[in-house]
Design a protein. Structure first.
Length: 321
């Protein structure tokens, strides 16, 4: 049951990337890290100290960084590009499309400070469209881990995954609850956190924790909740989604992203095609963010625990009609 999910500690999800890139760097000499003047924010210190000859500081020139990364793959290097999610996608979409995705270059685009929980840096940095931008890119794998441990596991795993990858994670300290050894993370395989019969809640990123909290409330109200962490947006685990909704008959999706183009629309497509059931989408509603504390922003923009509970109760009512 959801009530049995325990928090190990609170850690920055971006810290999981920092530890992961250091660990995989020790294992694979072809790993090269590039950054656009954000080595500190991406927690690259240990990697830079241990492997200075495999680190490239590109400066505030993200487009150039993507071009360099694409070129490095020709020599069998595995480049990890690092900057904020906004600058990893919106600023360099053309370079990713033409130099990376079009020729299926083995570039790992690692994007920190995603979503509203970036906080005080405000709307210009809080990209809420990046999942949509990247999942529509032909051949691009899109991964949105939920906590420190899973971010670390994803960072290590994508080194052996051939092809371009977009890895999205966040800035703040966040409840850390997945397995420390990362054994519960498999690219393209949804993680069932709790099985249930009344409603399916499917979430990604930081909103997985909010969904856990909502699930506990719903369980206290007598509902049997199936909670699934959809950490891989593309390729989507359609089999897991169909299996779940076939059992529960309704679903709620939760994401720190615009409802247009994100996880919710991907799930809705699968639902509509295979097993039409009532579905509610929790995410931002066609809006930019603003400066503020992460938790306050999640509350204001309708991404908090009560919002998930409300969406669940709404979809459960729809299921009965």
């Amino acid at each position: 049951m959801i009530k049995d999910i325990q928090v190990l500690n609170e850690k920055e999800t971006r810290g999981g990337f920092g530890e992961g890139i250091y660990e995989v760097g020790k294992k694979n000499k072809n790993i090269v890290v590039l950054t656009a003047d954000l080595a500190g924010s991406l927690k690259l210190g240990p990697f830079i100290k241990e492997f200075p000859d495999r680190f490239i500081q590109c400066g505030i020139a993200e487009a150039n960084m993507m071009g360099i990364a694409a070129g490095l793959t020709i020599g069998n290097k595995i480049p990890y590009t690092t900057t904020f999610a906004n600058f990893s996608t919106g600023r360099v979409y053309d370079q990713i499309r033409q130099s990376v995705a079009y020729s299926s270059k083995n570039v790992k685009i690692c994007a920190s400070h995603a979503g509203l929980t970036l906080g005080e840096d405000g709307a210009t940095h809080q990209i809420l469209e990046d999942i949509g931008l990247m999942k529509m890119m032909p051949g691009m794998t899109v991964i949105v881990p939920c906590d420190f441990n899973q971010t670390k596991a994803a960072t290590i795993t994508i080194a052996d995954y051939m092809g371009p990858v977009y890895l999205r994670f966040g800035r703040p300290k966040w409840p850390n609850f997945t397995k420390e050894d990362g054994s519960d993370f498999v690219i393209g395989k949804a993680q069932v956190l709790s099985e249930g019969n009344d409603i399916s809640i499917l979430a990604c990123g930081h909103l997985v924790w909010k969904a856990i909290q909502a699930g506990k409330i719903l369980e206290e109200k007598g509902y049997s909740v199936e909670l699934i962490n959809i950490h891989t947006i593309k390729p989507l685990d359609e089999e897991a989604i169909i299996k779940s909704i076939s059992k529960t008959g309704c679903a709620v999706t939760c994401e720190e992203h615009n409802i247009y183009g994100g996880l919710g629309e991907s799930v809705a497509r699968v639902v509509a095609k295979n097993k039409p059931v009532p579905i509610e989408l929790v995410g931002t509603k066609d809006t930019f963010g603003e400066s503020g504390k992460p938790e306050e922003l999640l509350k204001k923009y309708g991404l908090d625990t009560p919002d998930i509970v409300s969406a669940a109760e709404k979809v459960l009512t729809r299921k009965k009609t």
